[in-house]
Write a protein that binds this ligand. Structure first.
Ligand SMILES: C[S@@+](CC[C@H](N)C(=O)[O-])C[C@H]1O[C@@H](n2cnc3c(N)ncnc32)[C@H](O)[C@@H]1O
Length: 243
């Protein structure tokens, strides 16, 4: 099967899946007034839309012309990792995906507080954006503590898996880094199973400390803090997109 046909087939199946299977929450407690104002006024200036009619959305068009390196965070939660990365890498354009509006509102508060200019937000299922972005358009992807869906019958809800890895393969540049963290032992095995089977990604680890210790340029997240407090071991994966 030619590559284009394969992609279309994969895209078709993800489109069906996306429409029916965003299982996480989109809204929690009512937003306090200051956060609601940010959602009403700041979010529209930063939000990315993927029109249903568009074949593809070029992420470079969301940023200044000199911002050619674009990094993606899927499921940023409250955005603490995204904010730190954006501050520490001002020449990189960041796209954060998060359907939970309370998390988006927290990120907006930090964007305003630190006057951050290099973040754009997709507040929907990341798979919609993955499907729409062109090949080789992303320089790094973070998927930090994705919902683990530990029950076997829910494994197909996991964001990392056979339906999304082909999209990551296409949209990440050769040499780009894929960073994933989890505290769930069965998701850890699952991630390795699918990514080690994918020739396009090479696991960088050479010794246990490479997956047990978070690198210094990888800021901690809220979920990770909770995992550590509960005594759960976190795993930090770094894969390189191969040529
Ligand atoms: C367990 S939380 C981790 C949040 C954050 N990365 C952290 O480490 O604190 C998983 C996050 O992924 C988001 N999420 C779940 N499914 C998603 C999807 N299909 N696209 C984008 N985000 C998603 C959830 O709303 C939630 O905020």
């Amino acid at each position: 099967m030619g590559e284009n046909r394969y992609r279309r087939r994969v895209e078709g199946s993800v489109r069906l899946t996306v429409q029916r299977t965003l299982h996480g929450r989109r809204i929690g407690r009512p937003l306090r007034k200051s956060r609601q104002l940010l959602v009403d006024n700041l979010l529209p200036t930063l939000e990315i839309a993927v029109p249903a009619s568009e074949e593809s959305v070029d992420p470079a068009t969301f940023f200044a012309p000199d911002m050619r390196n674009i990094w993606l965070e899927i499921g940023f939660g409250s955005g603490e990792h995204l904010v730190r990365q954006a501050i520490e890498n001002p020449s990189v354009g960041f796209i954060g995906c998060e359907p939970f509006i309370n998390g988006v509102a927290r990120l907006l508060a930090d964007i305003e507080k630190h006057d951050i200019k290099n973040v754009r937000i997709f507040r929907d299922d990341a798979r919609i954006l993955l499907r729409a972005m062109p090949d080789q358009s992303i320089g790094r992807t973070f998927i930090l503590f994705p919902d683990p869906w530990p029950k076997k019958r829910h494994h197909k809800r996991r964001i990392i898996g056979p339906l999304t890895i082909p999209f990551l393969t296409h949209l990440m540049r050769i040499g780009a880094e894929l960073r994933i963290a989890t505290d769930d032992p069965s998701y850890k095995e699952w991630i390795l199973q699918y990514l080690l089977a994918c020739e396009a990604f090479e696991w960088r680890a050479r010794q246990p400390r490479d997956w047990r210790i978070r690198p210094e340029d990888w800021p901690p997240t809220r979920y990770e803090k909770k995992a550590n407090e509960a005594g759960r071991q976190c795993t930090y994966f770094m894969f390189d997109r191969q040529g």
